[in-house]
Design a protein around this ligand. Structure first.
Ligand code: MN
Length: 214
């Protein structure tokens, strides 16, 4: 049985960037519903006992008539687990890259995530501009991720609805939810303000921990 994981903070702890009412609704209604529906789909597919990562990685092995439900609810479950862990009250920043200012271009994982971001985008600020543009430009419901791609390189990518990067063979590091349910109560139609707020509570220490896990 999949269970709704405990939030790593209280509903109000991400204020004022992420309001308590949205966090509570997003977690206790949206995330809880994905959890319940994943349990039904996993049972129907005979996949009880598998981890959600195993299910998402091997969707093509699941019975064809359950694949859509497993994509939607397995992705909804995994993506939200990952999203809550991507946030932290007040946010957690990366230490400055020891390679900052140098012409890097070939930082390795051992240099840390800040160095890898500098190496790819030139600076964290330029990365943030590119991430913001992707999140603003995503049409409809979905997610914007920083991932390590199959070539081992950092990449900003978006997924639609509840498609998970796990299914696409990507290793996610951090994510923003750009479904309207993620921000509409407080930020209404102004997704740009939600993205700005997300940067204030993003947990880059967790992203780096994932990055260094290899
Ligand atoms: Mn959501």
């Amino acid at each position: 049985m999949f269970e709704l994981p405990k939030l790593p903070y209280g509903f109000a702890d991400l204020e004022p960037n992420y309001d308590a009412a949205t966090v509570e609704l997003h977690y206790s209604k949206h995330h809880a519903t994905y959890t319940a529906n994943l349990n039904k789909a996993a049972e129907a597919a005979g996949l009880q006992g598998k981890s959600v990562e195993e299910i998402l990685r091997n969707l093509s092995d699941a019975p064809a008539e359950q694949r859509t439900a497993l994509t939607n609810h397995g992705g909804g479950y995994f993506n939200h687990n990952f999203f809550w862990e991507s946030l932290s009250p007040k946010g957690k920043k990366l230490a400055d890259s020891t390679l900052a200012g140098a012409k890097v271009g070939g930082a390795t994982a051992a240099d840390g995530l800040a160095a890898a971001i500098d190496s790819k985008w030139g600076s964290f600020e330029k990365f943030a501009e590119a991430f913001t543009a992707k999140a603003l430009g995503h049409f409809g419901s979905g997610w914007v991720w920083l991932v390590v791609n199959a070539k081992g390189e950092l990449e900003i990518t978006d997924t639609h609805d509840q498609v998970s990067p796990i299914t696409l063979g990507l290793k996610p590091l951090i994510v923003i939810d750009v479904w309207e349910h993620a921000y509409y109560l407080k930020y209404r139609n102004v997704r740009a303000d939600w993205i700005k707020a997300w940067f204030n509570i993003a947990n880059w220490e967790k992203a780096e921990e994932r990055f260094l896990q290899g």
